[in-house]
Design a protein around this ligand. Structure first.
Ligand code: UDP
Ligand code: MG
Length: 312
């Protein structure tokens, strides 16, 4: 059986369409499937739209509020019963037709089949920041990320179980998928514009996401502070030596107003910058030590409730 995991936030009108297209694709492939919808605190009747679907193969979890797409993916993985799972968006930007090829590649022995969105037709205002992000990310990080490779992927049971072993709260799923490893196959698809509903990501959220991504995986940025500090220290020492020599030879000339201000600004800004980076990590430690649950369930389909009874 294949589990299809769909995190949804306010996608009421898209749900029947998505369900229909998945059903169509899966009827051709000779394989059982289940769809798990994770309603991430929607306010537009998304849950009702899900409940209207055929119960036999669709299940749902509804969060008590919006916990974010990453938490929704974890919930889906935790409840997946399939030998493999496919994670896809509920906004129809991830074409269900790709499922066929994903499953072919999975049968060929790949543990991760990633659908990579190529950049055709993506607006400039999104392309530029994302380029900067990937440059920065790959420069500072130990996991390598490719632009366009998102959450739309098939992962085998082995990968699902490895991902569930990671207990961190602050989840940056793209990086987690790469971090667990296994052999991976990339297939491509064209960018599709959202036909209904609205993208929930805005520039500020994207910047947040980028900072999460960079600091979630390594402490190399802390090291950048160290090197930056060292560099400034060496330059200052050289400059001080130069001034001393100059004073010995020529005596004191004009009071060094400019140099004082310049060094003050430079040192101050570097200190602030470094503090910011350190703060980023301290904040992360704070959140992780609370070890709160990643999500809270308000309601779930009967089949899931029964399963949990059994586990208890
Ligand atoms: N989503 C979610 N929780 C959120 C934000 C988004 O479950 O807090 C879902 C959303 O319904 C969609 C998918 O995640 O199915 C991708 O979201 P979106 O289309 O806003 O992201 P984009 O495609 O712009 O990256
Ligand atoms: Mg989208």
């Amino acid at each position: 059986m294949i589990t299809i995991i769909v995190p949804v936030l306010n996608e009421a009108s898209n749900i029947p369409i998505l369900d229909e297209s998945v059903k169509k694709v899966m009827s051709v492939i000779n394989l059982d499937h289940e769809i798990i919808f994770i309603d991430d605190g929607s306010r537009d009747g998304t849950l009702n739209a899900i409940k209207k679907l055929d119960d036999n193969y669709s299940r749902f979890i509804s969060f008590s509020r919006n916990f974010g797409k990453e938490a929704a993916i974890v919930a889906g993985l935790e409840h997946a019963r399939g030998e493999a799972a496919i994670i896809m968006d509920g906004d129809l930007q991830h074409p269900a037709s790709l499922i066929t090829e994903m499953i072919d590649q999975y049968r060929a022995g790949y543990d991760q089949v990633v659908a990579r969105r190529n950049k055709n037709g993506e607006p400039m205002r999104r392309r530029i920041p994302s380029n900067i992000f990937y440059k920065l990310m790959n420069y500072t990080s130990t996991v390598h990320l490719e632009d366009g490779e998102g959450d739309f992927r098939l992962i085998s049971r082995k990968v699902i179980d490895s991902i569930l072993l990671l207990s961190e709260n602050n989840r940056f799923s793209k990086g987690i998928f790469e971090w667990v490893g296994f052999n991976k196959k990339v297939i491509e698809f064209d960018h599709i514009h959202r036909t209904s509903g609205r993208s929930t990501f805005n520039p500020l959220k994207l910047a947040d996401y980028a900072i999460d991504g960079i600091s979630a995986y390594n402490h190399r940025p802390l090291r950048i502070c160290f090197y930056l500090g060292l560099m400034v220290l060496l330059i200052s020492l050289a400059y001080i030596a130069y001034m001393l020599v100059n004073i010995v030879i020529n005596g004191v000339d004009v009071p060094g107003y400019f140099t004082i201000i310049a060094s003050l600004l430079l040192l101050g800004s570097i200190q602030l910058f470094s503090l910011g980076i350190i703060g980023e990590y301290v904040g992360r430690i704070y959140i992780e030590t609370k070890s709160r649950p990643k999500y809270i369930v308000r309601e779930q389909s009967d089949s899931m409730a029964q399963e949990e009874e059994k586990i208890r």
